[in-house]
Design a protein around this ligand. Structure first.
Ligand code: FES
Length: 91
């Protein structure tokens, strides 16, 4: 099914691009812009964006990597308890 009529992009192409990006980088944040770029195209009118995003959300490979979850709530690695390791300066 054609999702983007301006650039003639199908749901199959969107899913293939997501699967390819996830396979090449497990920590990648996949955005519509990255999908357009991966397909060698650029969005034009943007009218397809709701359907484009709905198609993306149906793909299981779109999940946000665990290490990038919870960043809005201030849960980062900087807030976690840090174990200080004493080092001696032998210069
Ligand atoms: S329909 Fe996708 S950019 Fe216009």
């Amino acid at each position: 099914m054609i999702i983007c009529h301006c650039q003639n992009i199908t749901d199959h192409e969107i899913n293939s691009a997501i699967d390819w990006m996830r396979a090449s980088d497990t920590a990648a944040l996949i955005t519509p812009g990255k999908i357009y770029h991966a397909l060698g195209k650029a969005a034009d009118c943007g009218g397809c964006m709701p359907l484009f995003l709905a198609t993306m959300r149906k793909n299981d490979n779109l999940k946000v990597p665990m290490e990038l979850r919870g960043l809005r709530h201030g849960i980062t690695k900087e807030n976690q308890t840090c174990k200080v390791i004493a080092t001696s300066s032998t210069t």
